[in-house]
Design a protein around this ligand. Sequence first.
Ligand code: HDD
Length: 725
Amino acid sequence: MENKNQQNRKETNKKLQDLEQDTSYADGKFLTTNQGLKVNDDHNSLKAGERGPTLLEDFILREKITHFDHERIPERVVHARGAGAHGYFQAYENSMAQYTKAAFLTDSSRQTPIFARFSTVGGSRGSTDLARDVRGFAVKFYTEEGIYDFVGNNMPVFFIQDAINFPDLIHAVKPEPHNEIPQASSAHDTFYDFISLMPESMHMLMWLLSDRAIPRSLRMMEGFGVHTFRLINEEGKATFVKFHWKPLQGVFSVAWDEAQKISGKNPDFHRQDLWEAIENGDFPEWELGVQLISEEDEHKFDFDILDSTKIVPEELVPVQRIGKMVLNRNPDSYFAETEQVAFHLGHIVPGMDFTNDPLLQGRLFSYTDTQLTRLGSPNFHEIPINRSIAPVVNNQRDGHMRQVINSGRTAYEPNKIADGYPKQAKISEGGFTSYQERIDAKKIRARSDSFRDHFSQATLFFNSMSEVEQNHIIDALRFELGKVKLEEIRMRMLGLLSQIDATLVSKVAEGLGMAVPSKPESPMNFSHGADADPAQSESVKGKSSIKKSEALSMAKVVSKSIKTRQIAVLAANGVDGDALNTMKSALKAAGATVKIIAPKLGTIKDSKGNAIHVDESFLVAASVLFDAVYIPGGKDSIAALEKEGDAFHFVDEAYRHCKPIAADKEAIELLKGSYLGKKVLSGTPDESRLVSKGLVFNQPPATFIDAISKHRFWEREKPEEKFPA
Ligand code: HDD
């Protein structure tokens, strides 16, 4: 039977139809060469005798091997590892027409086809999904007015203020050049050497060290356009805008210890999660949000809205939700679609424009340039995934791998031979014009004074975290700086952290066995190049008009739904089949995925002799790949599990990572033998009290479902409760 993902292939979405033309299915067809010649033998090369040498004449062999030799293209210099999916965007009815003439944002009857790609930034293509890293959040909108690319991240700010520092930032965070170590990790000397000399990176660093950098799922993270952009309405009036994506699946993360283990157990954890959710018809959804600021209000904030190291707190400018994106179809070919998709910040449509944010401006150069290297030709826009659904008609010709066969004699403009076509479009005909911003300035290499406060929003972020989230940041800093070998770098970092928060720096220093420097090294002055006054520090700490922003914390997010959550059931022969089935049905009805984990693969028999299919053995399964654990009763099953060290480890690790654990009466016996049993359950456990800790003993399925919806019980991380890894 077709699943919903397959059904969506047949949808009458324009872009999908367009891609369909290029999808070659092998069903019922003969194997051919690239020239269409039917191949008779694809297993034996042409030889001089059965045991003789292969002949150079073998054009079939040579064509196949030559193609293979050229199958890799350069991976993206950043954002190399990713996952993508097709879907659509539809605006809500609360019309944005007073702010923009971009029809895909105002016309609620339109479904605009999109392709989204999520990525890690630092690691290479074969690295792990669960690295502590920023996640790329890119969405290609195939609008009827041309392509619009949203090229953002899952964090709303960036490390640097000017694009000229981007190569340095990336050289610093990538594996160190002399030995190519470490892969996909910021925890090393060169990154912190750079960061500790660039105080403007402190705000983004707080985000990187927070739980946002280790999402539970690509489906459960927010997206941000980062820069301030412009929207332009029919009258040519501009409004500043910040873009947000709010996931309807909630915003959740994993624990750092868990992330490191997932990287070993399943480095494709995020990619697989996205793929499976779409295959199963659990289509991820995000609402597009906008923060709108009038031109008159440009200077009313205590930060500069052109500075990409700053957020506009939602308390100052609320986020209005204006439409929804749904991802409902997996790609057919990872390479042809997810690898070859080419995003560019400069792909916009009428109704939108840029600002003078110096980070944004530099990006406008970088993206086309990188595609030329990566995809090898100025015709990369002709690759099906990059092709616009709006007609592409111009005088560009030739170049590597040109696909379009242009007819006619003219490839220039103006012309009379072709009656002047293709001709320019008037604004009233949909022609794009840039916003006429008045600029009266001197040519200068310098940074605006309004960009100098590097600490107050880092402090705002730290203050807005729950106690648990703050502790995670402190632990992350202890981990990362613990991997830094040069003490002077750690010292410089402590100096910068002391300007963010006194508790933060003292706890980090304590973990590193160092003292907080009484006189932190003054950050360098980069505001005017080499001739800037070295005595004058570039950074000043300003005052944030708000002390706390609720929207920055993930602590309050509780999902009502447990849809797509992965639940492990530990069982062996003799399990209480009735209890297992009742729980399983309730979990499945609530949308969760349930897997039976047993000592061996195959089937087990329940206490009544009924066969139960085993999904994974303990050898393959790992608690870090699940959201919650359930252990049904059944004396023999429990006795068998008691002989499995892996079963104890499974439960203890789930406890360590603060996950809900459900157990029936007899199963509690098993738990007594675990570290959890010895440490938490010694004496008779008060079953109802334990529920508040996510331990659901002898309770109906609804109580377990409620616990799963809370995601994690972080209070278990108290030092006195911490479990061995
Ligand atoms: Fe970038 C890729 C997001 C700053 C240069 N960037 C890339 C991707 C995302 C972002 C999501 C991957 C797109 C995909 O899935 O193919 N980049 C950002 C954000 C930034 C940012 C949110 C800051 C606000 N980037 C940035 C700067 C430069 C670049 C300042 C250079 C001056 N980015 C690139 C690139 C990449 C890229 C080298 C690598 C692969 C690609 O473009 O297609 O051009």
